[in-house]
Design a protein around this ligand. Structure first.
Ligand code: NDP
Length: 284
């Protein structure tokens, strides 16, 4: 790999190694961290994500269950399943694979997860605590980006971080976590005027637009650190991100590839959150 690449696969390996040690410690105390992954319907992409999450659990010696539910399930039935998992002592973390079918209100389902088991960090209680800097479960993708920056020795304090994207699961929490580390943060989105003017000022640029290869070198200042959160499968079945990697890597001082950048970190942070949820039960 070229020097300026941020190797997410390698960093995720280091993170999960530490998680494995924590899992072993918990097991010595009689607790096996347990994750329940709920999959509604049979979307192939969701199926792939869910499988790799449960496989990683097994590799780290954690307990995992996959709850597969019919596409046509009612909201009430799904809420009942969530409640059962809330009560289940073997389960420390609950993840509902999104998106959910149209007949189901996602917000209501997320709010039904016990905040003690909200390892995805999407519950309003987790989001609120994150905003005010209290310990909580952090949303896995932005949490993973923060780890990538930390392991790559990227200085955040005093830097200008520009986040393109303001979704509840990536963009918004991303900016907040950077702010907590004393970056000056700018959020950009689809209504932002003169996007180039903003991105050109970035010392750290986080791209989470959902638009394949949208950001090329023309958006970048020389030496910027570029984190590409996007993930797409293009016509020739290859994965690409929201950044035009070939062009951007010529200007960036550090850059994440796709695949092998942010993606592996998201799962690693889910493992860390599940381990933390199990550790929290020790304090009770
Ligand atoms: P969303 O579609 O929910 O949000 C996209 C955001 O980008 C919105 O805020 C939107 O603005 C903004 N946007 C869209 N087009 C433009 C544009 N032309 N200029 C500026 N801003 C724009 O996506 P997510 O946040 O869920 O995901 C973002 C990307 O990250 C996707 O590619 C997704 O696949 C990937 N992803 C990867 C993960 C991983 O583990 N690697 C995990 C989660 C997501 P507005 O709000 O105005 O509509």
């Amino acid at each position: 790999m070229a020097d300026n690449l941020i190797n997410g696969k390698e960093i995720a390996g280091k993170v999960t190694e530490k998680v494995k040690e924590r899992v072993d410690n918990l097991k010595a105390k009689g607790i096996t961290p347990g994750l329940a992954v709920v999959l509604v319907g049979s979307d192939p992409a969701s199926q792939t994500y869910v499988n790799s999450k449960t496989r990683t659990c097994e590799r780290l010696g954690m307990y995992s269950v996959m709850i597969e539910l019919e596409e046509t399930i009612s909201e009430e039935e799904l809420l009942n399943s969530v409640e059962k998992l809330n009560q289940d002592e073997k389960i420390h973390g609950i993840l509902i694979q999104l998106p959910l079918p149209k007949q189901i209100n996602e917000d209501r389902v997320i709010a039904a997860i016990s905040p003690l088991k909200d390892v995805d960090g999407f519950h309003p209680v987790s989001v609120g605590k994150m905003m005010i800097g209290q310990p909580t479960f952090l949303s896995c993708t932005p949490f993973g980006v923060m780890k990538l920056l930390e392991y790559s020795d990227v200085e955040i304090e005093g830097k200008h971080a520009v986040v393109i994207g303001r979704s509840n699961i990536v963009g918004k929490p991303m900016g907040q976590l950077l702010l907590q580390k004393n970056a000056t943060v700018t959020y950009c989105h689809s209504k932002t005027k003169n996007l180039h003017n903003h991105t050109k000022q970035a010392d750290i640029l986080i791209v989470a637009t959902g638009q394949p290869k949208m950001i090329d070198s023309s958006y970048l200042k020389e030496g910027v650190v570029v984190i590409d959160v996007g993930i797409h499968r293009n016509e020739d079945n290859k994965l690409c991100g929201d950044v035009d990697f070939a062009s951007a890597k010529e200007v960036a001082s550090k850059i994440t590839p796709v695949p092998g950048g942010v993606g592996p970190m998201t799962i690693a942070m889910l493992m860390e959150n599940t381990c933390l949820a199990a550790e929290n039960t020790l304090d009770k």
